[in-house]
Design a protein around this ligand. Sequence first.
Ligand code: PMT
Length: 409
Amino acid sequence: MLRNKEIILGVTGGIAAYKAVELLREMVKRGANVHVVMTKNAQQFVSPLTFETLSGNPVLCEMFRLFRGSKIGHVTLADIADLMVIAPATANILGKIANGIADDLLTTMVMAMKVPVLFAPSMNVNMWQSSFVQNNVERLKAHGYQFIGPAEGDLACGGAGRGRLADIAEIIEKIEDIFTKKDLQGQRILVTAGPTLEAIDPIRYITNRSTGKMGFALAKMARRRGAEVTLITGPNYLSLPRRDIQQISVHSAQQMRDVVMEYYEDCHIVIMAAAVADFRPQNTLQEKIKKTNGTYILKLEKNPDILKELGEKKGEHILVGFAAETSELMENAGQKLKEKNLDIIVANDVTQPGAGFGTDTNIVKILDVRGRVRKLPLLSKDEVANIILDQVVKLVRKKQRNLPWPRNW
Ligand code: PMT
């Protein structure tokens, strides 16, 4: 998403200036060409050389320095930029810009920007809460400037509260969000992720190898594209770089089924990426099973098939399933597509290196009800999620206009 984007990173004079180095690296890693602009105070915290080395571009600090030949720096950069992000943004910079003051290179450049400007504030909690700062923030928002954070937590001044620079992952997510077309706006999507956990006794359980990564990628990308997202997830160790996704944690397949049913009527699209356990122990014991010398036979009974139940009362919903297979990928996936009354099924052969459980990548084939197959190479789970969502968007449009099935797959 950030590939070939021209981004201006404005760094102002706060202790979080050192975190701007990491932000720069993350943007560069994603393919952006980053131009750093520093205020005089920022240079007290981090040397321009650090930013220059990591960005591969000269760092601009002075107002009256020419840029690329004889052009005026701030105007040239403002013209070519796709986005400007100011991180950290101090109370001082917010106040200056909110009041139209342009007395150095950074503030002058902001005035010349015609593309989105994102502020990531960082300051002492009392400063952030002061009516001066809050009024300035409101004023800037009213002018169309965007904000991320500040976050809550321990502050460099020794106190705690709201004032920390937002996490770098959150700032990156916000930047990606700004560049993303909102083609799922108005859609309510329910995504399931992760494994389920079926208790044997208070100590032990049956589960599977799902980590939740595929489902989390789908939830993140759907929200980025403007959908309202509810993520129902089995136990996992992941955190989302977004706070605007409703996340509901469950343990067992039965719990997942109950929550999915609760939200079903109210959503337009369901994507079941969760690896739901097909079986659970017939009895969950209240006491720990004691070690015995012989064998121990555990009786299992079937769990509800959530997706099948959704398919039986499909109505206007768009249903997307996954198939995790170890053999006969297409046959099994095709059968599940039919049996569960789905629009799309995403088949992954989990024996392939880089595919399936726990990896950051996946290799999938997407099947639709008309027997069409789209084969994807090894891609990141974010990329796979986006391609699945592209197919969902086509289905949404078809439904909205009552069109025949999309031609382009
Ligand atoms: O979480 P990760 O580590 O990133 O791994 C990703 C993944 C491998 C879990 C994911 O890509 C995937 O394949 N998810 C579906 C796994 C699965 O349960 O497949 P299945 O073939 O057993 O089930 C078919 C479909 O029915 C799935 O959409 C499943 O969510 C659903 N199902 C299954 C059983 C059940 N009792 N109820 C269901 O709703």
